[in-house]
Design a protein around this ligand. Structure first.
Ligand SMILES: Nc1ncnc2c1ncn2[C@@H]1O[C@H](COP(=O)(O)OP(=O)(O)OP(=O)(O)O)[C@@H](O)[C@H]1O
Length: 368
């Protein structure tokens, strides 16, 4: 019974008298989680991820704006009336109960189900989570990851849930098992058709789980898109910096009549984009390019810039090459088998991959 979750002009401050944007854990935002999607809410520590989840589940009442489930306002509804299941960082299980009773608990609590129906549902969920062999065990005898699976199972048994919210659910899980559980969650999503929002600060975890990632920064969702979109078209400099390994290279060109200049050279930026930069009137202009898209070579054509190689880091299947380009260091990610030039090399920036940012936001040509 997935529903659309809409956050309308939502903002939240934990302070009774907020005096500026920095007093807001959530800064004014509009956002829609469509029915049935698998989403990740990704961002660094303190950006507001848990606050946002708690606003959706009802543990926190937003100081401004509305939370709407399929258009119905939820602000005043307590968590138990919202049909939201929340799985936290640390397992929430009843230690003295068996695994079976833990899984059956939400259904018994809700009422209206026969023991036969409860048993069928508990067995179905236990099978998906690979807990069928543990049903008779007391929860206190389980390992941390088994307990967390039970916590997840308690969210999954209820068919009436609007969404399941996961708040860094794999923190206590052993690295070996993390991968399996993440895949499990994906299978569960496909099988049960539930909206899932998965909070994490780990980009890999976000991209393996989610169809779409909401990237949060300073209390706002700065981009909502597929992992590929976030990689290829970072909408905000923070997305460029946060996604990728290493993150995007940024540098600050100066705007002249000739165009965007850096290190005495003109940067490959189209007239359309230049016009937009000029019209903005801003002097906060940045150029960004991912380490994967910088071309490294030795040729000295008009489109390339002479650089000095200052460092090479071998990371197994690829290398990170540092080159000094004027006053800055550009990082380039190259395949392991590509030879790295000696001290003197040249780089070029393919125009399609050199992104222009004004006031930290991506500037793009209008699409037809
Ligand atoms: N109960 C609270 N009272 C006051 N301030 C709070 C409270 N909970 C969170 N904050 C503040 O709100 C901001 C957002 O915190 P939140 O926990 O939502 O971020 P987060 O992205 O989930 O971080 P983390 O990954 O570390 O859990 C932080 O500045 C935090 O200090």
């Amino acid at each position: 019974m997935a529903e659309e979750i809409r956050l309308k002009t939502l903002a939240h401050s934990y302070s009774a008298k907020p005096s500026g944007p920095e007093d807001y854990a959530i800064r004014k935002m509009e956002h829609v989680w469509a029915q049935g999607g698998a989403y990740a809410l990704l961002g660094p520590s303190g950006c507001g991820k848990s606050t946002l989840l708690n606003i959706i589940s009802g543990l926190v009442t937003p100081s401004e704006g509305d939370v709407l489930f399929d258009g119905k306002r939820m602000n005043e509804l307590p968590p138990e009336k919202r049909n939201i299941a929340q799985v936290f960082q640390f397992p929430v299980v009843y230690d003295t109960m068996t695994v079976y009773d833990n899984l059956a608990f939400p259904l018994r609590n809700q009422g209206g189900f026969s023991e036969q129906q409860i048993s069928e549902k508990v067995h179905e969920v236990a099978e998906v989570l690979e807990l069928s062999g543990e049903l008779k065990r007391k929860a206190k005898n389980l390992s941390a990851d088994q307990k967390q699976k039970v916590s997840m199972g308690r969210g999954l048994v209820r068919e009436d849930v609007t969404a399941i919210l996961f708040d860094e659910p794999l923190t206590v899980i052993d690295p070996q098992l993390k991968w399996r559980l993440r895949r499990k969650l994906k299978q569960i999503h496909e099988r049960f058709d539930i909206t899932m929002v998965y909070v994490t600060h780990d980009q890999l975890e976000a991209s393996t789980f989610a169809d779409k990632i909401a990237l949060m920064y300073e209390g706002q969702i700065v981009q909502f898109g597929t992992p590929q979109e976030l990689f290829e078209r970072p909408a905000h400099t923070f997305v460029g910096y946060f996604i990728g390994s290493p993150g995007m290279n940024f540098f600050e060109p100066s705007l002249t009549d000739e165009g965007l200049m850096f290190n005495g050279r003109q940067m490959p930026v189209s007239e359309t984009l230049l016009e937009k930069v000029r019209l903005s009137g801003s002097d906060n202009i940045k150029l960004g390019i991912r380490p994967e898209y910088v071309t490294l070579g030795t040729d000295t054509s008009d489109q390339s810039y002479a650089v000095t190689v200052t460092g090479i880091e071998d990371l197994g299947t690829y290398r990170i090459v540092d080159v000094a380009f004027g006053s800055i260091i550009i990082k380039i990610r190259t395949p392991e088998d590509q030879p790295v030039p000696g001290d003197t090399a040249s780089i070029s920036f393919p125009e399609a991959w050199l992104k222009v940012y004004v006031d930290e936001r991506l500037v793009e040509a209008d699409h037809e």
